[in-house]
Design a protein around this ligand. Structure first.
Ligand code: SAM
Length: 215
């Protein structure tokens, strides 16, 4: 039977994601429990999801994104790269949705991973991210956040100041976030910053965990 012309690949290729996946995975291998269910918010192309799921035998990785082209790309990578079932089918999820359980069928996770989203979204997305994390993480769950941050009221590098200006020109609601402001939102949802690691290209990896009750 004639199959018709070959379909164009639905896999998207984000060059920055290809570049940063190895240094990020090295941190994930230290910060994630050996066996864990991970919820990824804002998966984009799905290249992180497939790379981490393929290379980390103890994880089960749930990608999500609100953009249907990104959900499709995640699933195309999943179809093409063996992960021994560790990468799940992508789900459509916008952090602003009031009820994440609807999108996730009530699943609970040991960790939430989110890269390069909070500066390309309104500030409300940061607030919604931590509120959602508080709802879907198991007790002792952790939240790993990757991207550029201003620290102590200043960019960590001139290139981040330029990036911030570029973001704000594209959408005044966007911009590189202040680490301390993110920590304040986290605290409001019961999380505290446990560790921070400087990453290549003037990015940061942040590890948040649940605030433990005193005594
Ligand atoms: C720069 S891409 C980062 C993709 C991927 N995490 C990476 O690092 O390659 C930003 C992503 O954030 C997603 N995004 C934007 N607003 C969002 C929201 N409100 N909730 C969840 N994801 C959102 C976009 O659809 C896009 O996939």
């Amino acid at each position: 039977m004639n199959q018709g012309p070959e379909q164009p690949t639905r896999r998207l290729d984000f060059p920055a994601t290809r570049r940063n996946r190895e240094p990020i995975r090295a941190v994930l291998q230290r910060w994630l429990p050996t066996r864990c269910d991970v919820l990824e918010i804002a998966s984009g192309s799905g290249q992180h999801a497939v790379f981490f799921a393929a290379g980390m035998p103890g994880v089960r990785w749930q990608p999500t994104d609100p953009d249907p082209r990104h959900v499709e790309s995640c699933d195309a990578w999943r179809a093409d790269v063996p992960t021994e079932g560790r990468m799940l089918a992508a789900r459509a999820l916008d952090v602003h949705e009031a009820d994440w359980d609807g999108a996730l069928d009530g699943a609970r996770f040991d960790a939430l991973y989110c890269a390069n989203m909070i500066h390309i979204a309104p500030w409300s997305a940061t607030e919604a991210l931590f509120a959602g994390a508080a709802a879907v993480l198991r007790p002792d769950g952790r939240l790993l956040l990757y991207g550029p941050f201003h620290i102590g009221g200043a960019p960590t590098a001139p290139s981040n100041a330029d990036f911030d200006a570029d973001l704000r020109a594209r959408d005044p609601r966007w911009g590189v976030r202040e680490l301390e402001a993110v920590e304040a939102v986290a605290a409001g949802q019961g999380f505290r910053l446990i560790e921070r690691e400087a990453m290549p290209a003037n990015n940061q990896m942040l590890l948040f965990g649940a605030v433990k009750p005193e005594g």
